[in-house]
Design a protein around this ligand. Structure first.
Ligand code: GAR
Length: 212
């Protein structure tokens, strides 16, 4: 049976939504959210998780005094078991910290349907293209290769598919003939860093009403 999106509760300044951010890399987007949350907000990041011990973004745990944990893939050759064990560890950490909204920002693993069904409506992903165009792990490369004249970012709820969930917000950037993967990535990150914290503002005040 298809699970409906169950959105987080409506939060308040005195009882902000408890957010976890999952990262794999530099965490520039994480930093933008943490800066946004420095002024009074109806959401607050309580947990930073990474699958990658070398993720630069882990420094923001110290900087903002937020619980920060690396959960590497467990050591087993059975790939299905490895994914399940890994997600069980993540799930336990999310429960321990009473997390109410999970933000995937540069988290470069695909979550299993089993994990998503437990959190559906309470996981958002930041994707660097105008979905449904250019899903997947190499959006900028694919956009440049296709000679597209515009791209952008999408903030969406996560479902069982890859970059297919309900779209909460999008913003375009234009591409010129001098753009390359790196310049496009930088342009889009600027927009993402402004847009997605506002989407979380809106989620936390109950602006979205969504069914599957
Ligand atoms: C962001 O641009 C985000 O859209 C992208 O990773 C970057 C994270 O950068 N996400 C994906 O590509 C997901 N498929 P950061 O680690 O510097 O915040």
């Amino acid at each position: 049976m298809e699970v409906e999106y169950i959105l987080p509760r409506i939060a308040s300044l005195v009882n902000p939504l408890r957010v976890a951010v999952l990262i794999s890399g530099t965490g520039a987007g994480l930093n933008a959210l943490l800066e946004h949350q420095q002024t009074s907000r109806t959401h607050s990041t309580k947990l930073i998780l990474s699958n990658n011990n070398d993720a630069y973004g882990l420094i923001y745990g110290n900087k903002y005094d937020i619980r920060c944990k690396v959960i590497p893939l467990p050591n087993t050759s059975n790939k299905d078991l490895q994914r399940t064990m890994h997600e069980d560890l993540i799930n336990q950490e999310l429960i321990n910290y009473n997390i109410e909204l999970i933000v995937l920002n540069g988290y470069m693993r695909i979550l299993t349907p089993s994990f998503v069904s437990k959190w559906k409506g309470r996981i958002i992903n930041i994707h660097p293209s105008l979905l449904p165009k250019f899903p997947g792990a190499h959006a900028h490369r694919d956009v440049i290769k296709a000679k597209a004249t515009e791209s952008g970012c999408t903030i969406h709820l996560v479902d069982d598919g890859v970059d297919t969930g309900y779209i909460l917000a999008q913003e375009k950037v234009s591409i010129n003939s001098l753009d390359n993967i790196k310049s496009l990535q930088e342009k889009i990150k600027k927009v993402e860093h402004r847009l997605y914290p506002k989407v979380i503002d809106d989620i936390s005040i109950g602006k979205y009403h969504i069914k599957s």
